[in-house]
Structure formats: structure tokens, C-alpha cells
Design a protein around this ligand. Structure first.
Ligand code: URA
Length: 238
């Protein structure tokens, strides 16, 4: 049994927070165990809870289209969520639920060792772009400890707000050059490599843009956090 399969079994039995009481199935994640690129969403919805697989509902259909647009298949990437069990009634995951689940995502990143992590939505962004706002940071990247982090709106955002569909599609098209660049970074030879997932990347300037790409600088600090809090509730996941 691979370490990841073993981990998935542990996640499936996890009872570290209240979400275990109402789930049909935990949704650990799926994809290639040595994927170069990992997509991290928020939390399973109804469809995911039924099937135990990430992004299999309407947002997942759009994610599949997005992957296709850059010639990637699900089997070539790894897809996971910040929270592994479905929060009831479409509610956002609560801070203690995110905290209880953190160790699982940490371990997934340690085992998969992706060179690039794409955050889908606000909760995943908050983990890797602390203090950022999604409207400012989407479509930008930063690199830390040999891993490139790239922020995107959640695919479900396009389902609720049609105008974001084009934005999300454009952001997706920025991934291949970043991925090529990330793949060119040599593996770290030291055992410290397995620790890389525990480090939160420094909030600095976004990566240098590729030809014709627009990269915005990410603001950190009180003003950005304040802006975040004022985003409309129905868009909170994006
Ligand atoms: N939304 C998410 O964030 N994750 C899923 O797996 C499905 C919908």
C-alpha cells in the first residue's frame, strides 16, 4: 500500500471535528501520487460527499474543462481540498474545522511534493497567500522553497457570477509557463525537502510575468485583511 493510500484511509476514518458526524464519505483527494501540480479547493459539496471524490459536481465539470484547456488530465494532477468532509447546508468551513484538517493537507503535500500548487478559492488562498484578497491575488504566483504557488478564483465562482468565467479561464492559461518554470527547479537533495509543505511562502512580489502576462503585487497587512472581510458573503469561497 502506498503512503498516500494509507493516508487516505486515515482521512476516511477521521473524527477530529464535527463534520465527521454528517458526512457520507470523507473526500481525501485524488490523482497522480507524484503529480508536479496540485489543485487545492475548499471543501467537498453534496456530490463529492456522495462519491468520496473531489470536484465531481458542477464546479468539478468546469475544473475539468479548465484542465483540458491546458492539456492536462485529472490523472496527471492531484486534486484535494483544505477540508476533507462536507460542511452541511453549503456553509463555509469553520476555523476549527480547517485547523483540524490541516495536518491531512500538510501530509498530502509532503508525500506528493508538487512543484506547483494552484489554490482554488479564498480558503485555499488564505493558506498560501496570507493576508491577500482573492480579487487582487488571482492570476499571480509566488515561489517559496522551490514550490510555485498560483492563486485562482474557485471554479464555482463562475457558476454564481458569469462574468468571472472568462477571468478564470484566462488565469488557467497562465499556468503552463509557470509549471514549466517550476518543473525546471531541481529537486532538493536534503531530507528537509519533506518539510517544505509546512512553510508558508513569504508574501513578497509575485513571480515575474511571462510574456504578455499581467501580475499584480499582493498587498499584505491590515488594509488587505480589512478588504477581505468586506467581500460579500455569497462570494466568500471565491
Ligand atoms: N468545491 C470544492 O472546493 N471542492 C470540491 O471538491 C468540490 C467543490
Amino acid at each position: 500500500m502506498s503512503n498516500l493510500t494509507d493516508l487516505n484511509e486515515k482521512i476516511a476514518k477521521c473524527d477530529a471535528c464535527r463534520l465527521c458526524k454528517q458526512r457520507k464519505r470523507a473526500v481525501p483527494g485524488e490523482g497522480r501520487e507524484d503529480a508536479e501540480i496540485m489543485f487545492i479547493g475548499e471543501a467537498p459539496g453534496w456530490h463529492e460527499d456522495q462519491q468520496g471524490r473531489p470536484f465531481v459536481g458542477p464546479a468539478g465539470q468546469f475544473l475539468d474543462e479548465l484542465l483540458q484547456s491546458i492539456n492536462l488530465k485529472r490523472s496527471e494532477v492531484y486534486i484535494a481540498n483544505v477540508v476533507k468532509c462536507r460542511p452541511p447546508s453549503h456553509r463555509d468551513p469553520l476555523p476549527d474545522e480547517i485547523g483540524a484538517c490541516r495536518k491531512w493537507l500538510d501530509r498530502q503535500m509532503e508525500l506528493i511534493k508538487p512543484k506547483m500548487i494552484v489554490t482554488l478559492g479564498r480558503y485555499s488562498m488564505a493558506r498560501f497567500f496570507p493576508g491577500a484578497t482573492i480579487s487582487k491575488v488571482h492570476g499571480t504566483s509566488r515561489t517559496s522553497e522551490g514550490v510555485t504557488y498560483f492563486a485562482m478564483y474557485h471554479p464555482a465562482a463562475a457558476l454564481h457570477q458569469g462574468s468571472l468565467r472568462g477571468v478564470i479561464m484566462e488565469d488557467m492559461l497562465k499556468i503552463p509557463p509557470f509549471l514549466t518554470q517550476a518543473e525546471a527547479v531541481p529537486e532538493e537533495p536534503t531530507p528537509q525537502k519533506s518539510k517544505k509543505a509546512e512553510k508558508v511562502p513569504k508574501v513578497e512580489k509575485a513571480e515575474k510575468p511571462g510574456k504578455g502576462e499581467k501580475i499584480e503585487k499582493v498587498e499584505k497587512g491590515a488594509s488587505a485583511e480589512k478588504a477581505e472581510q468586506t467581500e460579500p458573503k455569497q462570494l466568500s469561497m471565491f
